[in-house]
Design a protein around this ligand. Structure first.
Ligand code: HEM
Length: 177
């Protein structure tokens, strides 16, 4: 599993301070729950210059259909982006963002993450978030909003956690302070 720069101590502190959504996110960061994450190095030919844009997983048609397939994941991306933009805590990050484009990029990314028929061709997570100064608390908020979006779309809790676990390793490139 890729290295995640959040220590166990910080994890425990955060767990006491944050709501269940944050706890769930943090538990998804633990190696045990990320056991399906294919090590990036194993997916690359020897000597390849960069990691894949989106972590790769074996196809799981049941999981994909629990999210409503590609259309369902694009819908989820749309609901989430609207919630993030409207949010008192993290909405300001999206002031200058072209929301339709972000919805499409996020939809493609979520769809590829669940091995759906999509190719994410946007920027790397590092490049697209580099100048934003995103904190751990901001990312907890995103997880809460993602959970609220999935609840709204009646996505079962167990599969919600699978998506959160697949997203968790990506935070190391997103949280910069
Ligand atoms: C695992 C978590 C996250 C994922 C998968 C994700 C994914 C993405 C994607 C796919 C893009 C579009 C990249 C492109 O345009 O090529 C993007 C952009 C962006 N993300 Fe995230 N993101 C995550 C976490 C966050 C968090 C926690 C925040 C802030 C609280 C955030 C704020 C933004 C903003 C503001 C942009 C748009 C930047 C611009 O206007 O160009 N993201 N993100």
């Amino acid at each position: 599993m890729p290295d995640v720069s959040i220590t166990r101590t910080t994890t425990l502190t955060a767990l006491t301070a944050l709501a269940s959504a944050a706890a769930l996110f943090l538990s998804a960061l633990s190696p045990a729950s990320a056991q399906n994450v294919a090590p990036a190095a194993a997916l690359l030919p020897a000597g390849a210059a960069s990691a894949p844009l989106v972590p790769t997983f074996a196809p799981d048609p049941e999981l994909l259909s629990a999210f409503g397939g590609k259309d369902g994941l694009f819908k989820l991306a749309g609901v989430l982006v609207d919630k993030m933009r409207a949010d008192a805590r993290i909405g300001h990050y999206f002031e200058k963002t072209k929301l339709p484009r972000l919805k499409t990029q996020l939809g493609e990314q979520l769809c590829q993450l669940l091995a759906g028929p999509c190719i994410y061709d946007g920027d790397t997570m590092k490049a697209s978030h580099a100048d934003l100064n995103i904190t751990k608390a901001d990312s907890f908020r995103l997880v809460e909003l993602l959970q609220a979006s999935m609840d709204e779309l009646a996505i079962p809790f167990a599969v919600q956690n699978k998506l959160l676990a697949r997203l968790a390793p990506m935070y190391r490139d997103i949280i910069t302070r």
